[in-house]
Design a protein around this ligand. Structure first.
Ligand SMILES: Nc1ncnc2c1ncn2[C@@H]1O[C@H](COP(=O)(O)OP(=O)(O)O)[C@@H](O)[C@H]1O
Ligand SMILES: [Mg+2]
Length: 305
């Protein structure tokens, strides 16, 4: 069963179409990322998925439960960390975490044990009895996450969980996301940070101007938009361009003291180059392949918007 299934979500604010026909399916067990620039519609989509914002049209199911028809059942299955977190400033760290445990109907001894464990995991044991008002942004975000995961939700939803955090908090947040996933939680997160999406997510939807423009694994997205793959080589003596011509090689370009060989299929190109080198008794001095980046894919998909 899909952990999240959203069909044809749409939301307009006045004249702005914030979310324009967005559908996603998130298989159980995955870490799914919504990647897009600011204003793309990520938060609006998350708010509809978590049931805090009613869509103009479309529907959302969380492990099969319709969020509009049965919000309580759906919400029991999620832990949500909204864009700016939610912490009670006048409570201590541990009180914040215990309070959500209580909301979720957890038994007192269970929630106390779990709160201790999560607070330690998030590096807050020493500050657990301090009032949250005095905490840094990173510490508040860690409390927000601790509160959201106290009941070990099968679905964890985080809206830009690391934006604006210090390096230490960021690492703890990412480690916690990974750990929750390895313990069985499906994760849905949003980010405008391509490297983060690449490092964390098994699947990504790129969203721009309210629309999903591509979906797939980071590797697949890199490949789809890879138009500029080449192999850069040099031999121990000067060669002409004609030795490179072969099926599967698009063109060869002199590049300083090297050659750049453009190909849609690096496997064919490398095998051809080895063959040529043997035939012509050339020795490789250097060989390097270009790697497509997710950044290139992202820029191509969102440029001009
Ligand atoms: N409550 C609101 N009222 C009016 N416009 C909104 C509201 N929420 C979001 N928007 C607009 O919808 C668009 C998408 O916003 P948002 O979902 O917050 O994007 P993201 O989270 O990707 O940065 C933006 O143009 C934003 O200004
Ligand atoms: Mg947002």
């Amino acid at each position: 069963m899909d952990a999240v299934r959203a069909d044809n979500l749409r939301k307009t604010f006045g004249t702005v179409t914030a979310v324009d026909d967005v559908s996603i399916k998130i298989p159980e067990g995955s870490i799914f990322g919504f990647l897009g620039p600011n204003g793309a519609g990520k938060t609006t989509t998350i708010r509809m998925i978590t049931g805090v914002l009613i869509p103009d049209s479309g529907s959302v199911r969380i492990f099969g439960t319709d969020v509009r028809r049965d919000p309580l059942t759906a919400k029991m299955k999620m832990g949500v960390i909204p864009e700016n977190g939610t912490v009670y400033s006048d409570l201590t760290a541990v009180q914040n975490v215990l309070l959500t445990g209580k909301f979720y109907g957890m038994d007192k001894t269970v929630r106390e044990r779990r709160a201790e464990e999560i607070i330690a995991r998030l590096g807050l044991s020493e500050r657990k009895n301090d009032i949250v008002r005095t905490f840094s942004k990173g510490m508040r975000q860690r409390i927000s996450i601790a509160s959201a995961i106290i009941h070990s939700p099968p679905l964890l939803i985080l809206d830009e969980p690391t934006t604006g955090l210090d390096v230490y908090s960021r690492r703890l947040v990412i480690d916690t996301i990974r750990q929750m996933n390895s313990e069985g939680s499906t994760v849905l997160l949003t980010t405008h940070n391509i490297e983060e999406a690449n490092a964390l997510c098994s699947d990504i939807s790129i969203i721009n101007s309210g629309k999903i423009v591509a979906t797939g694994s980071p590797e697949k997205l890199k490949k789809t938009f890879d138009t500029s793959r080449y192999i850069e080589i040099s031999f121990d003596r000067t060669v002409g361009p004609d030795i490179f011509s072969a099926p599967g090689i698009n063109r060869a370009e002199p590049w300083g003291d090297k050659w750049r060989i453009y190909s849609d299929d690096p496997d064919i190109a490398v095998k051809h180059l080895v063959h040529v080198a043997e035939r012509e008794k050339l020795a490789f001095v250097s060989i390097r392949t270009s790697n497509p980046t997710l950044e290139e894919a992202f820029v191509k998909l969102t440029e001009g918007a």
